[in-house]
Design a protein around this ligand. Structure first.
Ligand SMILES: Cc1cc2nc3c(=O)[nH]c(=O)nc-3n(C[C@H](O)[C@H](O)[C@H](O)COP(=O)(O)O)c2cc1C
Length: 328
């Protein structure tokens, strides 16, 4: 049996498969199943400040007749927010008590000081690391791309200073210079980056002429952008890179590791089939034995841009020549 263990954010994982933040990591029963099914680590379902505010807002409306006094209304709001945070902290504490694999807490806030408060609470509750979801939608036409990037770096510096725990940031791939973003976040001391999140995608129902959405489940083969950027950046940065999006089988896990990923986060495929982690690990092991690799580090990053002769192939965006058969 090959050694499947890997190091991610400075944490030792028994294998590189992490159950990504999502429906299967939001309650203790399914978290236990993640571990039983062989996961190397789990990222808890994110706590969303915006969602808490919506919930609290709904309650304020429901109880408005009792909340006419503004001081009491403010008190009620704070108590309600604390209730949601306490619920999350309880999940984190339960997970730390019941599981032996690393437990990563995940946050999505809007206010900088709230981020810091939450991080500090998670640290006290025993989280092994923190994954941050910072996604400003730059819909204001007066806001330049450069200022969006600067805001991200400022945010990362502040969060890095706010805790001694390893910190990762889950990124989208919609920045104008992903290489610059990854390398600056690495210089700031962020311990890991998750490439890439798969965002909520709004849509329109043309019969009802109402807003709808495209659903959150990824399809097989959605991993190409992730693979490219892991291959381009893994040898350039100190921080660990976790691959995410469209990783549905062991072959894709192997590709991500060859490109230089430290670990792979899976959500969609685990939602469909919880036994997939065992299958992925068995197939990864079989491939390693066939190739005579004893440990992940024997081949991790072997196909990264810096480590192959034709590394510029990872930069290719046009494929017309390939289509007409002139350039493979
Ligand atoms: C129903 C659902 C809920 C999700 N909730 C979260 C969440 O709370 N926080 C988060 O960072 N990502 C969340 N995600 C995104 C996943 O963690 C993951 O990044 C995305 O699904 C891409 O991975 P996949 O191709 O394996 O599904 C969610 C995804 C789904 C499908």
């Amino acid at each position: 049996m090959a050694d499947l263990s890997t190091s991610y954010l400075g944490l030792k994982l028994r294998n590189p498969i992490i159950i990504a933040s999502g429906p299967k990591t939001g309650n203790i029963e399914s978290l236990k199943k993640c571990e039983q099914n062989g996961a190397g680590a789990v990222v808890l379902k994110s706590i969303f400040e915006e969602q808490i505010e919506t919930e609290v807002g709904k309650q304020l409306v429901e109880h408005s007749e009792y909340l006419e006094h503004s001081d009491f209304s403010e008190y009620f709001e704070n108590v309600s927010k604390d209730y949601y945070l306490e619920k999350y902290l309880q999940l984190l504490k339960d997970a730390k008590r019941e599981l032996s694999i690393p437990v990563i807490a995940s946050i999505n806030c809007s206010d900088l000081s709230t981020w810091e408060d939450y991080i500090s609470s998670f640290e006290k509750a025993g989280a092994d690391a923190i994954e941050l979801n910072y996604y400003p939608i730059a819909q204001d036409k007066k806001v330049s791309g450069e200022s969006v990037d600067k805001a991200l770096f400022k945010f990362a510096k502040r969060m890095r200073k706010s805790t001694t725990l390893p910190v990762s940031i889950k990124l989208g791939d919609n920045y104008s210079s992903i290489a610059n973003i990854i390398s600056e976040l690495d210089k700031i001391g962020i311990n890991g980056l998750v490439l890439f999140n798969r965002f909520f995608r709004p849509d329109i129902n043309i019969e009802t002429e109402t807003m709808t959405h495209l659903g959150g489940i990824s399809s097989f083969n959605e991993y190409a952008s992730t693979l490219r950027w892991i291959a381009l950046m893994s040898a350039e940065v100190k921080c660990s890179l976790a691959a995410n999006r469209g990783i549905h089988d062991a072959n894709t896990v192997i590709k991500m590791l060859l490109a230089g990923a430290a670990a792979c986060q899976i959500c969609t495929i685990y939602l469909k089939d919880e036994s997939i982690v065992k299958t992925m690990c068995d197939e990864l092991n079989a491939w390693m034995e066939k190739k005579n690799y004893k440990s992940i580090s024997d081949f991790q990053g072997k196909m990264a841009q810096e480590n192959i002769a034709n590394g510029s192939a990872w930069e290719r965006t046009q494929y017309m020549k390939t289509l007409i058969g002139g350039d493979k």
